[in-house]
Design a binder for this molecule. Sequence first.
Ligand code: MN3
Length: 212
Amino acid sequence: MSIYQLPSLPFAYDALEPYMDAQTVQIHFHGHHQGYVDKLNTLLADKPALQLPVEELLTTPDVPQDVLQNAGGHANHSLFWRMLDPAQRKTAPGGELANRIADKFGSFASFQKEFGEVAEKHFSNGWAWLAADKEGELSVFSLPDHESPIQKGLTPLLLLDLWEHAYYLKHQNRRAEFVQSFWSLANWSVAETLWESSPAKKIQQLDEKLAS
Ligand code: MN3
């Protein structure tokens, strides 16, 4: 019995066409993501004290670097697949997240522009992120390799894989084109759910309860 397992892919391999091709999705999921899961299982097979839920592992002190890298790979991809909506029922966030984005970036379009620039400029492997801090303040940034905002005490709301394995078969060296195509797949319902379960939002809900 493995400690960590590949989660289900919430859509068919070809469901993200034409933005992400079926071959890329299949290799990305069964090759790359499975690879991080397998490596993590190997690394932690004889370390029962570190056999923790993967997000917990990211904030545990003194975790070896190779364990952190593979834990980040597993955590980020598990969330990333859920951040892609083949049917895209929502092309922009709604509710409070929409207001927060407008407050912080001026408009949803300005947010997309900033996220796109961060993603395009990021050098080499990494991920682009939208995250919230403990006060609910939003920020857009990129992190190298599989580093996660969770390691900085932030709550991820949106993420985009910038590793070449995520886009090279279809988009080759045109990362900007890949980033642009993400706006046709981004799952804003999931981003809203992540916002609703963020620490700042929980405090707000408790305050509302106390005031009622
Ligand atoms: Mn990847």
